[in-house]
Design a protein around this ligand. Structure first.
Ligand code: SPV
Ligand code: MG
Length: 299
């Protein structure tokens, strides 16, 4: 069977733009798949938020891995795990890669901030970069630890987020490319894609570039493709949509005299039965029953 890592690698090689959406649990990952995305981003922001915890390196590697593993088990598309700063130094990254690769995850992203990191888009946050050398050491550790060369290591530079400027972003991304990262994630908190486009215009390597256009959502897929950006990650729209929908529904429900008074849209129970495979379970039960009948245990 072709590994999800190989599938993702081939999608990156062959597609003009790989479209990825963020998820925070197995059900939201399944909805990403059903909507037709190429892969799932197991978002550290999303997973932390669904544990009602800050996106600040609070949860452990095992906790994040458990969520990503449940996505792998339920989805047929590749899972890209957002592994923040790699949960420690090079030895921690090495351990992490073995665990994530072993769980069937297709790719991991590690970013060049110091631990504990804070979400890149938080106003007045601490955004401190690790030295280039120390982050290169993590990439080397990651590459040495993987057993399948198809398993992808994405290096994310936060140079623009940390206000270190374009030259530093290019210098770091080039160093991560040389160290063997399979793709570079360039992140920005600007409200338009100008600095992202400046970055890609200066990028001379053929190594794929990945973007996360949360702060500049008006950028179009055509613009991304024309700037040779290979992957777009819509990291948190699913979480934010769920948040609004759950809040609105509960705010109405708490004041209502009956459940049918709420005006927000609800899925049917059947919609969820399908995604959680209740009907598959029923047909498996039926097949066991038929077999037991054949064997004469039941009439
Ligand atoms: C995430 O989804 O956890 C990310 C993207 O890392 S961002 O929230 O923009 O940092
Ligand atoms: Mg994250």
């Amino acid at each position: 069977m072709t590994s999800q890592a190989k599938i993702l690698k081939e999608k990156i090689e062959r597609s003009s733009l790989v479209k990825v959406a963020g998820a925070f649990d197995a059900l939201s990952a399944k909805l990403v798949e059903i909507a037709g995305f190429d892969a799932v981003w197991a978002s550290s922001f999303g997973i932390s938020a669904t544990h009602a915890l800050p996106d600040a390196g609070i949860m452990t590697m095992t906790e994040f891995l458990n969520v990503s593993s449940s996505m792998v088990e339920s989805c047929k598309i590749p899972i890209i795990a957002d592994c923040d700063t790699g949960f420690g130094g090079p030895s921690n990254v090495s351990h992490m890669i073995k665990k994530y690769e072993g769980a069937g995850i297709a790719a991991v992203s590690i970013e060049d901030k110091t631990f504990p990191k804070q979400n890149s888009l938080l106003e007045d946050s601490t955004q401190e970069l690790l030295s280039e050398k120390d982050f290169v050491a993590k990439i080397i550790a990651a590459k040495n630890a993987r057993s399948d060369s198809n398993f992808l290591i994405f290096a994310r530079t936060e140079a623009l987020i940390a206000g270190k400027g374009m030259d530093e972003a290019i210098k770091r991304a080039s160093a991560y490319d040389d160290a063997g990262a399979d793709a570079i994630i360039i992140h920005s908190k600007q409200k338009d894609p100008t600095e992202i486009f400046e970055f890609v215009n200066k990028w001379e390597s053929t190594k794929p570039i990945i973007v996360i256009p949360t702060s500049y959502p008006s950028v179009t897929t055509d613009e991304l493709i024309s700037h040779r950006i290979k992957m777009v990650i819509y990291a948190n729209q699913s979480l934010r949509a769920s948040f609004v929908s759950i809040s609105k529904t509960l705010n109405e429900l708490v004041k209502a005299k009956s459940g049918d008074q709420i005006t927000t849209e609800l899925s049917t129970m059947e919609d969820i039965f399908k995604v959680q495979q209740m009907y598959k379970l029923k047909s498996e039960e039926k097949s066991i029953e038929d077999h037991l009948k054949k064997l004469g245990y039941i009439n």
